[in-house]
Design a protein. Structure first.
Length: 276
């Protein structure tokens, strides 16, 4: 029997439903978990400022893991920031320009996109509540912790395979859904963020639970003993993670959390559906 103390969840296609909405009982559930000593962490490719805006009434209850683990914040305090070297992300910008892709520099306080891509503002604002459009991305001097590529043709996996996988020796590179390829400093990913919290708070992996649906969640789902791939998630990941949760359309995360609450935070592997 293990006592769960930290629960991390991806957002899109995981915690959020098909209309990008939170479960109706999410706030009530988070407060019930907190009352039993369990902290909940939204773990997303979104930046910290967007995550905080999504949970205005829970800012002091949630641990925010932003930019795929590039930044962690708890009760307004930054616990971890992995700032990219400007010469590094500028080289990535040149690579993206060579291939005609849309680059987003994920600054700590704003996202930066070149003005010629302003037509995608609706998409950008879905993930970045602060977007600044600039003439040339390479002229930005603000600190950043992630460089991401937006692929409006929904061919992120192909772009990764043919272009951006070449950067894996230099950066942490991950496909984040159908339209995004994310690049962070080496060793930065959601799983590493759980390791940071493990060290800071003395949490064993047996006390961690995590939910995700795609490749930028993989390390997190393997770091937590109770890692759940969503039923709607990437099929190849089923062989790599321990457990399966119902789809985001069926509020799969909440179903598991209700089970955790019913057991007062004490669970065992036999309580859940194996992924393979």
């Amino acid at each position: 029997m293990d006592q769960i103390l930290l629960i991390a969840s991806d957002m899109d296609a995981t915690l959020l439903d098909e209309n990008s909405q939170l479960p109706v009982d999410f706030e009530q559930t988070v407060r019930a978990l907190a009352a039993l000593g369990m902290r909940f962490a939204p773990a997303s490719g979104r930046p910290l400022y967007t995550l905080e805006a999504m949970f205005p009434t829970l800012r002091d209850e949630l641990v925010f893991i932003g930019d795929n683990g590039g930044a962690i914040r708890w009760k307004g305090q930054n616990l971890f920031i992995s700032e990219m070297a400007p010469e590094g992300w500028r080289a990535l910008n040149r690579l993206s320009r060579e291939h005609g892709d849309i680059a987003v520099l994920c600054g700590l306080d704003s996202a930066y996109v070149e003005k010629r891509y302003a037509a995608y503002d609706t998409v950008m604002k879905q993930f970045y509540t602060r977007v600044e459009y600039v003439d040339q991305l390479e002229n930005v001097t603000a600190p950043a912790d992630k460089f991401t590529i937006y692929l409006p043709r929904h061919d992120a996996q192909a772009a990764y395979d043919t272009v951006y996988a070449s950067q894996r020796d230099i950066y942490s590179v991950a496909v984040a859904g159908e339209c995004w390829v994310d690049m962070m400093n080496p060793g930065v990913h959601k799983g590493a963020a759980l390791e940071v919290l493990s060290r800071l708070w003395g949490l064993p992996h047996e006390s961690m639970m995590a939910f995700g649906d795609t490749y930028n969640d993989a390390e997190m789902l393997r770091t937590a003993k109770y890692g759940f791939l969503m039923e709607n998630g990437s099929i190849p990941l089923r062989a790599m993670v321990p457990f399966l949760a119902s789809s985001n359309r069926e509020a799969g995360v909440m179903r598991v959390l209700h089970k955790v609450l019913a057991r007062n935070g004490f669970v065992s592997p036999e309580d859940f559906t194996p992924a393979h």
